[in-house]
Write a new protein. Structure first.
Length: 408
């Protein structure tokens, strides 16, 4: 029996077996783990309809948590991990947008008041790249510019000279909205913000709701457009940083929400890489230092039994894929200390689910949400770094001590 013909209950159970979590085992991760199988089951259904092996997986990084994008969540996807599937198929509901973080070296620490004046000037005068007006997203949601002084070396491996010689750095988290809808460059990244992309998409109807996909030439063309946007967003971060800080050397510019490695491998809220030893920024809560992290090949099979992966990896022939996932956390991620866990998931219809939340007070009654967006949250802290290192995903190479946060 194919996945497309299996009962929804059986197919969803199979999708749960394709969800591999390496997170910190808190309520943020539990919510992610409860929602992701619905998106995976949709992809499996679409794969089976096309005579492809229904093998879509999610590998959750140490910062795996919810997505606060309501449409992505409703479609059955979480945040902080790598989605991968077989087949020449783009899954638009995952909503890659080439968001990322850049790190630049500064010869001295700028005065906060001077940078705030530059930020206000950016809003007043505007800035353009290749004729495209840039949207200032630096103070929206969880985007930011933080200024750090380089702290202690944390391993014995040599650092690239520009990093070793720096005294201060900034970390910028930014993506922009310039290409989420249609533009002269292409049809847009988000199907729900582009009538052009929505018209291109094939809508797959599954027992858990709709899935928007592109296949064949349309998928390859859209992926080429995505790579153009990814390149644009790299240069966008550098352009804004040069406006704020003047000429300087960019040390790292890495995408944590995109299709970095291929059309059918999406890193959503984490880094993925092909070059072990590369450095990536890890930012936690505003009250903690950040780190430059050295990537290691992962995920190591030595940890699979502890994670509960071994039997499922063998049963579904996924060992080779898991061994080459190569992911790192990009931040702390959201957590919910007011909750002690997740109870049932109530299915009210296609793309209509309610999650039973268990309060930290065992005597309090559960309550129900369809999206976690409105829930009060905290940012995780050092437990994410500790989990990363315990699983040999990467090692902190350098501590960054926060000096201030650039705000409006």
């Amino acid at each position: 029996m194919s996945t497309a013909d299996a009962s929804p209950h059986t197919a969803l159970a199979r999708a749960r077996e394709h969800c591999f979590m390496a997170g910190v085992d808190d309520t943020g991760m539990a919510l992610c783990e409860a929602n992701v199988p619905y998106g995976l089951a949709k992809i499996h259904h679409a794969q089976a309809q096309r005579d492809l092996p229904p093998d879509a997986t999610f590998v959750g990084a140490p910062d795996a948590t919810v997505t606060r994008n309501p449409r992505r969540w409703q479609q059955g996807f979480g945040y902080g991990g790598v989605y991968q599937w077989s087949g020449d198929m783009a899954v638009l509901d995952i909503k890659p947008n080439a968001c990322g973080m850049s790190v630049g070296a500064l010869p001295e620490l700028p005065q906060l008041e001077e940078l705030q004046a530059r930020l206000h000037e950016l809003d007043r005068a505007g800035l353009a790249l290749e004729g495209v007006a840039l949207d200032n997203d630096l103070t929206e949601s969880n985007h930011f510019v933080d200024l750090f002084e380089l702290g202690d070396r944390l391993d014995d491996e040599p650092l690239p000279a520009p990093v070793a010689q720096a005294r201060y750095v900034y970390v910028m988290h930014s993506s922009g909205h310039e290409h989420r809808g249609p533009s002269p460059t292409g049809p847009g990244l988000y199907w729900d913000q582009s009538d052009t992309l929505a018209a291109m998409a094939e809508v797959v109807h599954t027992p858990w709701g709709r899935l928007h996909v592109l296949t064949g030439d349309a998928a390859q063309g859209w992926h080429r457009f995505y790579k153009q946007v990814e390149d644009f967003n790299h240069r966008r971060r550098e352009t804004i940083a040069k406006f704020l800080f003047g000429p300087h050397e960019v040390l790292i510019n890495a995408t944590h929400q995109g299709l970095v490695r291929s059309l059918n491998q999406a890193n959503i809220g984490c880094y993925t890489f092909d070059q072990p030893g590369a450095l990536f920024p890890l930012t936690l809560s505003p009250s903690l230092p950040a780190f430059l992290v050295r990537a290691r090949p992962n995920v190591a099979e030595a940890h699979w039994d502890t994670l509960g992966w071994s039997d499922r990896a063998e049963r579904h022939d996924l060992a080779a894929r898991l061994r080459n996932t190569n992911l790192l956390p990009h931040g702390g991620g959201y957590t919910y200390p007011q909750l002690r866990g997740i109870g049932r998931v109530l299915e009210d219809g296609p793309d209509a689910r309610r999650f039973e939340l268990l309060p930290a007070d065992p005597g309090a009654a559960p309550h129900y949400v369809d999206t976690p967006r409105g829930l009060p949250y905290d940012y995780r802290g050092m437990e994410v770094k500790e989990r990363m290192e315990a699983l040999d995903l990467g090692r902190a190479a350098l501590r960054l001590d926060l000096r201030y946060v650039l705000t409006a």
